[in-house]
Design a protein around this ligand. Structure first.
Ligand code: NDP
Ligand code: 2IT
Length: 446
């Protein structure tokens, strides 16, 4: 049996009930065999075995009182996965589906993603099975404060720096930051994605979606093509999807779909700047459902319980959640002549779907490269906080653009070096892995 398969079997055996974690690990390990041929020292140092076992896992009870005076109990967790190249860094997800396997998959992805950003940040992830949907602002505040009442012991500006993910945006980061400050008496860059004016970086809200589209631009440019005039199917309508749509529009692309967990909207005339502003108000302020779009824009159609991949599009931009492109969706995308996919969500493409897309030769930007813009600007926020400085949007955006262009280059170069030219999945895995493995080699067995 090959070394990577053996290492993977051990991972499965140790935690058999974590399918998403297994999927994330295997998607990486299956591409690393050639690295161990040229670097046998990584095998001797058990880098894989160490990389797949978190340095530390913290789980805790989060009790809080709802608006009716009832006591509620959720579970909180933080997986401090790998600190070889910097403090643990990665988001917090609040969603009823959250469990340890999901947080471990996200934390594992984050290690390699963060390495690709070229910033000194290690990998971590956390969250809770708390569902912010339908909760009042005061309920969300009480939950966030209770969550931080335990988490504050484990984090710090140079230790572990959480941020947002599904269900955690500016509002939640604000409440958690306030509680951290009250408990520790420290104003420090312990969370990123803070509000502008109290330590938040300009362009952080935009960064993941913008970065996803900069990565797409680079993939298309490598084939002499561009975004202009392309029909883009976007899933999700949260933070990543919104700014992905905005950047597509600025490059002259046409956005034909957006979605939420209820279904998707198709607008044949395109979702333009004004319609997007309406969606952003719906989602960020009124906290409504995407189906309300068709009452406002009557030319559009709502498809209940469906995902947008059956629509005829040139480009697919999955920006909602894991495994949202499955076999059927992938077959439809191929059939309809889709040219490129840039992943905004983490692990949105199932392994079977990826097999179909890759066989068809569709340009594919994997999440750990294509969505790294968010965490990259988080690292820029940490730099600004550490220096008590504030940069202009132009400065942050231009750094983001350079980082994304650089990540595309790193992935292309690594794929070529390992004789798999053009395979950005292989390139992202190898480039990220080698950086972390070298750091681990230098630091001894810890
Ligand atoms: P938000 O909470 O802002 O938005 C999430 C969107 O995805 C919503 O439209 C939501 O619909 C939809 N969604 C969530 N879960 C499901 C589900 N199970 N099935 C269908 N739709 C679902 O989160 P973000 O935009 O921040 O995150 C989106 C994705 O991007 C995630 O995979 C996240 O890990 C990834 N990501 C986020 C980064 C960031 O900086 N925020 C950085 C890099 C990656 P509904 O409102 O109905 O739940
Ligand atoms: O998946 C991700 O990269 C994020 N949710 C952002 C993490 C961060 O620390 O900004």
């Amino acid at each position: 049996m090959s070394y990577v398969k053996e290492a993977f079997d051990k991972v499965k055996l140790r935690d058999p009930e974590q399918p998403e974690f297994h999927q994330a690990v295997w998607e990486v390990l299956e591409t690393l065999e050639p690295v161990f041929e040229s670097h046998p020292e990584f095998k001797d140092a058990k880098i894989l075995e160490r990389l797949t076992e978190p340095e530390r896992i913290i789980t805790f009870r989060v009790p809080w009182v709802d608006d009716k005076g009832q006591v509620q109990v959720n579970r909180g967790m933080r997986v401090e996965f790998n600190s070889a190249i910097g403090p643990y860094k990665g988001g917090l997800r609040f969603h009823p589906s959250v469990n340890l396997g999901i947080i471990k998959f996200l934390g594992f992805e984050q290690i390699l993603k963060n390495a690709l950003t070229t910033r000194p940040i290690g990998g971590g992830k956390g969250g809770s099975d708390f569902d912010p949907k339908g909760k009042s602002d005061m309920e969300v505040m009480r939950f966030c404060q209770s969550f931080m009442n335990e988490l504050f012991r484990h984090i710090g500006a140079n230790v572990d720096v959480p941020a947002g993910d599904i269900g955690v945006g500016g509002r939640e980061i604000g409440y958690m930051f306030g509680q951290y400050k009250k408990l520790t008496r420290k104003w420090e860059g312990v969370l990123t994605g803070k509000g502008y004016g109290w330590g938040g970086s300009l362009i952080r809200p935009e960064a993941t979606g913008y970065g996803q589209v900069y990565f797409l631009r680079e993939m298309l440019a490598s084939k002499g093509d561009s975004i202009e005039g392309k029909k883009c199917a976007i899933s999700g309508s949260g933070n990543v999807a919104q700014y992905c749509a905005k950047k597509v529009l600025s490059y002259g692309g046409k956005v034909i779909t957006m979605s939420d967990s209820g279904g998707y909207i198709f607008d044949k005339d395109g979702i333009d700047e004004d319609k997007l502003a309406w969606i952003m108000d719906l989602k960020n302020n009124r906290r409504g459902r995407i189906k309300e779009y068709v009452s406002e824009y009557t030319g559009a159609v709502y498809h209940e319980g469906k995902r947008p991949w059956g629509e005829n599009c040139d480009i697919a931009l999955p920006s909602a959640t894991q495994n949202e492109i499955e076999e059927k969706g992938a077959k439809n995308l191929v059939k309809n002549g889709c040219l490129a996919i840039s992943e905004g969500a983490n692990m949105p493409t199932s392994p079977a779907a990826y097999g179909i897309l890759s066989k068809a030769g569709i340009l594919f930007g994997p999440a750990k490269a294509a969505n790294a813009g968010g965490v990259a600007v988080s690292a820029l926020e940490m730099s600004q906080n550490a220096a008590f400085d504030e940069w202009t949007s132009e400065k942050v955006d231009s750094k983001l653009d350079k980082i994304m262009t650089g990540i595309h280059q790193q992935c292309s170069d690594a794929a070529e070096e390992y004789n798999q030219k053009g395979d950005l999945v292989v390139g992202a895995n190898i480039a990220g892995f080698i950086k972390v493995a070298n750091a681990m080699m230098s630091q001894g067995v810890v």
